[in-house]
Design a protein around this ligand. Structure first.
Ligand code: 9YT
Length: 134
């Protein structure tokens, strides 16, 4: 069994702060744990308004606290996000994410992230990224 805490994980280099200033994420479970998915606690900073398009991954995002909205760009639909809401990007949906109040999210990725990923210019993560912890 593997047991970790958010505080320990942050100290061990699992906390990634996005260079775009929109979010940070502590990646508690990664590819090298060999579970088939990764699990992160992500903070979306208040005022963030940015495009994401996980062309190489599926992601589910559950809101623990805060407030915002997600917009799917293919159809312009906007969905409010508040504590208790999950959105599931089952179609690799290109989307905008907006935080009116800082949001804390639990995020799951398939395939699992290596650990150091930040978004490329298309809002995606590359498949061959640097790993945390070997
Ligand atoms: C909701 C979302 O995708 N935010 C960007 C960060 C991502 N959750 C991650 O890399 O942990």
């Amino acid at each position: 069994m593997i047991v970790r805490t958010l505080a320990e994980a942050a100290k061990e280099g699992r906390r990634i702060v996005s260079p775009d200033g929109n979010w940070e994420s502590t990646r508690l479970l990664l590819r090298n744990d060999e579970m088939g998915f990764s699990f992160h606690i992500t903070t979306i900073y208040a005022g963030a308004d940015f495009m994401l398009h996980y062309q190489n991954h599926l992601e589910s995002v559950y809101c623990i606290s805060g407030e915002g909205e997600v917009e799917t760009l293919a159809d312009g639909k906007k969905y409010p996000i508040s504590p208790g809401t999950i959105y599931i990007l089952d179609k690799h949906d290109k989307h905008m994410l907006r935080a009116t109040k800082e949001m804390t999210m639990a995020c799951v990725f398939n395939p699992p992230l290596h650990g150091k990923e930040v978004h490329n210019k298309d809002g995606a993560y590359e498949l061959e990224a640097e790993s945390i912890g070997g």
